[in-house]
Design a protein around this ligand. Sequence first.
Ligand SMILES: C[C@@](O)(CCO)CC(=O)[O-]
Length: 317
Amino acid sequence: MKTLSDQAVGTAHGKIILIGEHAVVYNEPAIAMPFMATPVEVIIEKINGGSVISSSYYQGLLQTVPDSLKNLKSLIQSICSDLNQPVDGLSISISSLIPPERGMGSSAAVATALVRALFAYFERDIAHDTLLNYVEISEKIAHGNPSGLDARVTSSASPIYYKKNSHFASIPLHVSGYLIAADTGMKGQTKKAVRDVARQMERASHQTLTIIKKIGHLTEEARLAIQDDHVELLGELLTLSHDCLKQINVSNDRLDHLVDTAIKNHALGAKLTGGGRGGCMIALARTAKQAKLIAHKLMENGAVETWIHALGENSNE
Ligand SMILES: C[C@@](O)(CCO)CC(=O)[O-]
């Protein structure tokens, strides 16, 4: 983050949930990592007249943003009001390499970069907890009932173990393996999926709670597997958690097909990542060669983009 006289820049990055999505909304733990391959940058410059937003999906006045950007509009209004600044006179330019609506934390990362840019522009320091509170305003509009995980990881430089309202800790992800992330090319439906799981909790609370608790248990085991560098076990736990996510209906055919493809091609484990019903999946491989082969097979089987991340390296970037 830097401040120039008439310009300020805020940055953030995407995230990948290794294990624990959905269950984390119900106070179970999750493990997630920052995904530096997908950066976000917001640049704010001074202009005359009404504020404007420029992004790949909208260019125009802040006052007339489409519904998909209402979260950012509320955020800008709240911050300007809290800092006693006018909402006019801002040119806000958003650039992001995170594919939107793919469970990679796009909305939280854009909000994080925006909050940082606004505070830098108004030459004010911001405590991390204040940043998280602002991002939550935006995430509540975007997702309904966010756990706070996305806000934490997209603003953090380290992988984290996270429990809603109670606990978070940076954990080194020095496992000797490679993570492949693949985009199904389909928009995920985090908000709807989170709402549907909430309905299942109301209707079949015992059954759904049992699955949620099982995901929490698998996440705790994954934490130990990471600590002890048991990459094979970690892979098995990822696949078991995908089975749980299927049981609460947050997967879909395309995700299941990519998960099966990864497993057939010797991945140690695979699962959807993020909100599900589209978006992205991840797979774990022992070697870089296997990771490349799996990524290639995923592309042949419908993925539109893949990324490979060496877990033993850069995990504390
Ligand atoms: C599905 C979910 O667990 C992760 C979305 O990236 C929702 C949340 O944690 O707010």
